[in-house]
Design a protein around this ligand. Structure first.
Ligand code: SIN
Ligand code: MN
Length: 210
């Protein structure tokens, strides 16, 4: 077989509006191991409840791993080198980086793994991921725990949207033409997974930031 410059990417089981979905990518065993890795991250960088720039508390709780982490407060949305406590963010767990490498085929590691926790009633409004410097890099997301209704809109604001239920172990990639699609989480089906002892959903998003 001849060598090509194209990275070897994995094949999605479903593509919706250009968003590639890898259903059931992580086995239950790998999901459980990843939860224990995330517990280690959260022990060093506890969840916090971000505010929008208008002072409204977001319903998700967040933390990050990697060289930088995503934060939001009255000063706006941005990446920071440190957790709000002043501590450096912990490293991105190797098993999480392995999912990125296998699915995207990229040699470069992501700079940030944003970790969102959705408890009962938490959701995330339609938005674009656009705080990164170069949109040629994809954003990869891993779903763990209770199922979530993920809504996908368009690159432009407004217009029709479509939704898909993301289950524990699903991985999704927004890249190429779909890198800047609007997306959000409408609701969580609490109790639909036994992965997290206290229920809810963890979402990890991996980004190349600068
Ligand atoms: C996000 O857009 O930051 C999170 C998406 C998700 O929770 O699946
Ligand atoms: Mn997003």
């Amino acid at each position: 077989m001849s060598e090509t410059a194209e990275p070897r990417r994995a094949c999605p089981s479903r593509v919706l509006r250009g968003v590639a979905i890898f259903e059931g990518w992580l086995t239950p065993e790998r999901q459980a191991a990843m939860i224990s890795d995330i517990r280690g991250v959260v022990a060093a960088a506890p969840f916090f409840q971000p505010e929008t720039r208008f002072g409204r508390k977001m319903s998700v709780r967040m933390t990050s791993a990697g060289r930088c982490g995503w934060v939001s407060d009255r000063r706006g949305y941005r990446y920071e080198r440190r957790h709000p406590s002043g501590a450096a963010w912990p490293e991105i767990p190797a098993a999480v980086l392995a999912v990125w490498a296998k699915i995207t085929g990229l040699e470069r590691d992501p700079d940030c793994c944003l970790i969102n926790y959705y408890g009962a009633g938490a959701k995330m409004g339609l938005h674009q991921d656009r705080d990164e410097a170069d949109f040629r890099w994809p954003v990869l997301s891993i779903s763990l725990g209770d199922s979530a209704l993920f809504r996908i809109g368009n690159v432009e604001r407004g217009g029709k949207t479509e939704s898909v239920w993301l289950q524990s172990g699903d991985v999704l990639v927004m890249g190429g033409e779909a890198r800047l699609v609007h997306h959000g989480i409408d609701r969580i089906k609490m109790g639909s997974s036994a992965l997290l002892k206290d229920g809810g959903r963890l979402n990890l998003t991996l980004r190349v930031v600068d």
